[in-house]
Design a protein around this ligand. Structure first.
Ligand SMILES: [Zn+2]
Length: 259
């Protein structure tokens, strides 16, 4: 769109009735609302929360895997240790049976067998102590596994709750967005095509296509217009489309422009 400069204000080549220009302000409000909704969708706190929870869930899963492996290792060690105890116990029983049955008459053999039983009893004691220690370690490992399991349940519950809140927020944004988009489409149908094209072009580059002139101030960039600029606005015909040089937006005259 070519423009001819005139002071610090620009008159667009497009001309439009004051009514059409005022409709741009309704469009601008709806576009602001749509932008706000899009921003809300992007920065939804539930998404950050869900990302954090999923990180926590991954850590808990790792902890469960480690705890399960640890438990399996301890179970294997425990089975081996219990088997060792059994073997010693069996040998003691057998030796005692031989002693009780009076099968051994040779004094040296008898002494050696009695010594063996003594040392086997000592070994049994050591092995049983080892079993007890393993059982204690297994108990601690099980407690860790139980803790991780409970944590996984908590995280899972938190995740479900956050997802439900996120879904509700998304549904609300969807609904408001659909409403604003429908209202925008209805207004856009009433705005002449060339004015709408200019508005959309400015909006694409600056985020806001039109702003009201109120009490001598541009509602887009909040700059006060100079006396020279206000005089130019006063001199412009009502169907001239004025652009604020400062922010390039279409400056729409209102009943409250302060002219
Ligand atoms: Zn401005």
């Amino acid at each position: 769109m070519r423009q001819r400069p005139r002071g610090r204000l620009t008159l667009a080549f497009v001309k439009a009735s004051p009514e059409s220009q005022l409709r741009l302000l309704e469009l601008a409000d709806l576009d602001t609302e749509l932008g706000r909704l899009g921003h809300r969708r992007r920065i939804m706190p539930e998404n950050a929360e869900l990302a954090q929870l999923s990180e926590r869930a991954a850590k808990v899963r790792d902890a469960i895997t480690i705890a399960d492996t640890n438990l399996a290792d301890l179970d294997r060690e425990l089975a081996r240790a219990e088997k060792d105890v059994d073997q010693v116990r069996v040998r003691i029983v057998r030796d005692n049976q031989r002693l009780d049955a009076g099968q051994v008459s040779n004094a040296r053999e008898l002494e050696s067998l009695q010594n063996e039983v003594t040392s086997l009893r000592r070994r049994q004691g050591d092995l049983e102590e080892g079993v007890l220690e393993l059982m204690e370690r297994r108990e601690s490992a099980q407690a860790l596994r139980d803790g991780a399991g409970a944590e996984a349940e908590t995280v899972g519950g938190d995740e479900a709750a956050a997802a439900a809140r996120r879904d509700a927020a998304v549904a609300e944004i969807d609904e408001q967005e659909a409403k604003a988009a429908a209202a925008r489409a209805a207004i856009a149908r009433d705005v002449p095509a060339d004015l709408l094209a200019l508005y959309d072009k400015i909006r694409a580059s600056s985020g806001l296509g039109a702003a009201p002139l109120r009490r001598g101030q541009c509602g887009g960039c909040r700059e006060m217009l100079s006396t020279v600029e206000l005089n130019e606005v006063r001199a412009a015909a009502p169907d001239e489309v004025i652009r604020h040089e400062e922010c390039r937006r279409i400056l729409v005259r209102t009943a409250d422009s302060g002219l």
